[in-house]
Design a protein around this ligand. Structure first.
Ligand code: SAH
Length: 241
């Protein structure tokens, strides 16, 4: 886990032996399950450390680490988590957070049940379902202080799939790759309609990443109108203009 250790240091994060052990087990489980179900195209040991684990930990650049440690049970949901990214790396780093992992593919959530148990990550809630439906359930709607997503969708769609989960006063952090200015312009109305306000577009500046990576940080300032998110598939087919 040398690459992860070095990269994490550059993020100001010191990983304990126990955490490194958990990352190592997580790596082994991903590679093993990847033979049966399609979790990731990246299985190389060095690359997983950088492109999955370190990349997930860049979320810490947008959150107040001291606040997470002091505030017990910060509620976090990772929407479209796939193999558990970025949620699981964040939960390994901050055992105090109360984490929910959501994905629509039951094979992936079966992996998440297995791997969280294997890693000894207690109390992680795993939800199988579409964000469009789950976000209308009262126990999830506007219940989370922090909503994460990585590689989920284009911004207007992503806003509709994430902001409804976020408490007023909470934050959405979306990890995105590539040139974003046009996507952001297109998303301005969607973010506003859904009760959000763009706080910052934060560029990730780490030597490990040659491509452009950003954190899109959106504050939830108003309630999301009841009609959102729309029915499954609609946010992607007809993004809010
Ligand atoms: N966040 C992971 C996976 C990204 S791929 C990573 O960065 O590696 C997008 C994931 O979102 C897939 O696992 C897919 O099953 C899930 N997904 C796509 N649309 C969804 C929706 N509407 N509701 C819930 N999950 C969704």
């Amino acid at each position: 886990m040398e690459r992860l250790i070095q990269g994490a240091k550059r993020l100001g994060v010191e990983l304990t032996p126990r955490q490194l052990e958990q990352f190592h087990s997580y790596y082994r489980e991903i590679v093993s399950w990847n033979k049966q179900i399609n979790l990731t195209a990246i299985v190389n040991y060095e690359k997983v450390q950088i492109k999955h684990f370190l990349d997930s930990l860049t979320v810490t650049l947008a959150i107040d680490k001291a606040a997470i440690k002091n505030e017990a049970n910060l509620s976090v949901i990772d929407v479209g988590t796939g193999a558990g990214l970025p949620g699981i790396p964040l939960r390994i780093l901050f055992p105090q957070i109360k984490l929910a992992l959501l994905d629509s593919t039951s094979k992936k959530t079966a992996f998440l049940c297995h791997v969280t148990k294997q890693l000894g990550l207690d109390g992680v809630e795993i939800i199988t379902g579409r964000a469009e439906e789950v976000a209308h359930q009262p126990q999830y709607r506007e219940q989370f202080q922090l909503v994460l997503s990585r590689a989920l969708a284009q911004l207007p769609t992503l806003a509709e799939l994430t902001l409804p989960f976020c408490q007023i006063g909470g934050t959405v952090i979306a990890q995105k790759k590539g040139e974003l200015s046009r996507e952001l312009t297109n998303a301005a109305n969607a973010i506003n309609t859904l009760g959000g306000k763009l706080r910052e577009l934060k560029k990730i500046d780490l030597e490990e990443f040659k491509d452009e990576r950003y954190l899109v940080i959106i504050d939830k300032t108003h309630p999301t109108p009841q009609e959102y998110p729309r029915r499954p598939g609609v946010p992607a087919r007809r993004p809010i203009q």
